[in-house]
Design a protein around this ligand. Structure first.
Ligand SMILES: Cc1cc2nc3c(=O)[nH]c(=O)nc-3n(C[C@H](O)[C@H](O)[C@H](O)COP(=O)(O)OP(=O)(O)OC[C@H]3O[C@@H](n4cnc5c(N)ncnc54)[C@H](O)[C@@H]3O)c2cc1C
Length: 292
């Protein structure tokens, strides 16, 4: 695999720096894709050699398992971003913050909310990321995916099922490689102010100096998961190195050496306590990855 062009391979890699929880998971191979051709070549190689693979964005919505005997593929090199008039084409590896900044610089509005999402475009489409009553599907026109036959296909937004923080792309086997958005004409100064205000608000209300993967549970209809967890008296609750944040109860933070199991056990405890106290079944927003 090392000889393939368009990729970099690290064998027996630690994934600690590739997931925002900083879980010290390991993989037999970590493959960094440098371009689209490299991605297709490595997928072909892995399929031919029966090596399982897992596509990772920035690892900001996942609770990784301890060990993966296959290849974790990061789309690091798919970073092209093109803006023409009100149409924006972003490859899957573009970070959401870059997308927000570059579009407002082009006097386009609609993606300001993305400034605080520490994920890539591909991962954010798959999970329909959003904030402040906006979501990535609002401005989406179409995506390009690689299917199981390694062919590139275009899917219009109407062909994809999506809802709050979930889409039919999850676990579909399709790999998102590019997204096209249509934005509104905007004003740079106005958008910049919106972004600055939201960054300030986040700093004041979220534990941004500690490793986490953002909100643990989706908000139930007409309520907030954070409010319920706080009222259940769970702020500061700890299992191993995982802790329910004292700043925002819907965040679990890694206080140092949290393992995947610490985080999962704490999630289970929070889920059970909220169910017992309020009879509400919180739904997980983060994704527990189970590698065979
Ligand atoms: C501090 C903090 C704040 C956050 N705030 C928010 C918020 O306000 N709103 C919000 O929605 N989320 C938020 N998140 C969660 C997270 O950043 C988003 O869900 C983000 O969109 C995940 O993108 P990612 O690239 O990290 O995906 P990953 O976590 O790497 O992957 C998520 C899933 O998508 C799959 N995947 C990734 N890329 C692709 C691809 N190209 N093709 C196919 N499948 C793919 C992975 O296999 C995995 O199943 C926050 C996280 C943190 C740490």
């Amino acid at each position: 695999m090392n000889k393939l062009e368009g990729i970099e391979v690290i064998e027996n890699a630690t994934l600690k720096n590739y997931n925002t929880y900083k879980i010290d998971a390991k993989a037999r191979y970590l493959v960094k894709v440098l371009n689209l051709e490299g991605l297709i070549k490595v997928l072909k190689y892995l399929k031919e050699n029966d090596i399982p693979y897992f596509i990772m964005g920035n690892g900001s919505n996942v609770i990784l398992d301890d060990y993966f005997k296959g290849a974790v593929i990061r789309l690091d090199g798919l970073k092209k971003l093109e803006i023409e008039g009100d149409i924006v084409k972003a490859m899957a590896g573009v970070m959401m913050g870059v997308l927000a900044n570059e579009t407002i610089k082009a006097n386009l509005s609609g993606l300001e909310w993305a400034i605080n999402i520490p994920g890539m475009v591909g991962g954010s489409i798959v999970g329909n990321a959003g904030a402040y009553n906006s979501e990535i599907f609002d401005n989406l026109v179409s995506i390009k995916v690689i299917d199981e036959n390694l062919e590139i296909k275009e899917l219009k937004k109407e062909e994809i099922k999506y809802e709050y923080r979930h889409t039919s792309l999850k676990k579909s086997g399709l790999i998102v490689v590019q997204a096209t958005f249509k934005l509104e004409k905007g004003d740079y100064q106005v958008s910049k102010q919106i972004i600055e205000d939201r960054c300030e608000r986040r700093k004041a209300t979220q534990p941004l100096d500690m490793p986490s993967a953002g909100s643990v549970f989706r908000n139930p209809p007409d309520d907030y998961a954070g409010r319920l967890i706080e009222e259940a008296g769970l702020k500061g609750k700890r299992i191993g190195g995982a802790e329910v944040s004292n700043i925002h109860a819907n965040f679990i933070v890694n206080t140092g050496n949290a393992t995947s199991n610490d985080i999962k056990s704490l999630i289970k405890l929070v889920h059970e306590e909220v169910k017992r106290k309020f009879n509400i079944d919180l739904v997980l927003e983060q994704e527990i990855i189970e590698w065979m």
